[in-house]
Ligand binder design. Structure first.
Ligand code: HEC
Length: 135
C-alpha cells in the first residue's frame, strides 16, 4: 500500500510540473526506444532496423503515424499498440507485447499496483517520444 501511495504521489507531482518532467520523459522515452524498439523500427523510427528484414511483415514507419491519421497523433491507440495487452493483434503478432515484458522486468518489486504504474509510465514515455518524432 505504501508503495502505491509513493507511486501515486510521484505521478501526481509529475503531472503538476509538466514542463520539467516532459524533458525527463522525452529522454527516458528516447533511451527506451533505442534499447527496445530501434532493432525493428530503426534508430530514426523509419522502420528500417536490422531485424526488419527478417520479419514476414513490413515494419511500419513510426514517424508518419500522425500524417496517416489526418495530422492527429492518436496517443491512446499508440499506447494500446505498444502495451499490447488489450489488443488482439498483440498476441501472436510480430510486434512484441511490451506491457507484459515490462511487467516481467519489474516482477512484484513495487507491489501489483506500483508495478502497473511503472509499466504505464514506461509506455507513456515511449508514446510521448513517438509523438515528438512525427514528421
Ligand atoms: C520484433 C520487431 C519489433 C520490435 C522490437 C518493436 N516493434 Fe513495433 N511493430 C513491429 C511490427 C511488425 C509492427 C506492425 C504491426 C504488427 O504487425 O504487429 C509494429 C507496429 C508498431 C506500432 C503501430 C504503428 C502504426 O503505424 O500503426 C507502434 C506504435 C509500435 N510498433 C511501437 C513500437 C515500440 C514503441 C517499440 C519498442 C518498445 C516497438 N514497436 C518494438 C515490430 C516491432
Amino acid at each position: 500500500m505504501r508503495a502505491l501511495h509513493i507511486a501515486a504521489s510521484i505521478l501526481t507531482l509529475s503531472m503538476g510540473a509538466l514542463p520539467a518532467t516532459t524533458a525527463i520523459a522525452q529522454s527516458a522515452g528516447e533511451a527506451e526506444f533505442m534499447q527496445a524498439c530501434a532493432s525493428c523500427h530503426g534508430t530514426d523510427g523509419h522502420g528500417n532496423g536490422p531485424l526488419a528484414g527478417y520479419l514476414s511483415v513490413a515494419v511500419p514507419d513510426l514517424t508518419t503515424i500522425a500524417a496517416r491519421n489526418d495530422g492527429d497523433f492518436p496517443m491512446l491507440d499508440v499506447i494500446r499498440m505498444i502495451d499490447g495487452r488489450s489488443t488482439r493483434e498483440g498476441h501472436g503478432g510480430p510486434m512484441p507485447v511490451w506491457g507484459n515484458r515490462f511487467q516481467w522486468d519489474i516482477g512484484d518489486q513495487a507491489g501489483p499496483f506500483g508495478s502497473e504504474l511503472i509499466v504505464r509510465g514506461r509506455i507513456l514515455a515511449l508514446a510521448e517520444y513517438l509523438d515528438q518524432i512525427q514528421e
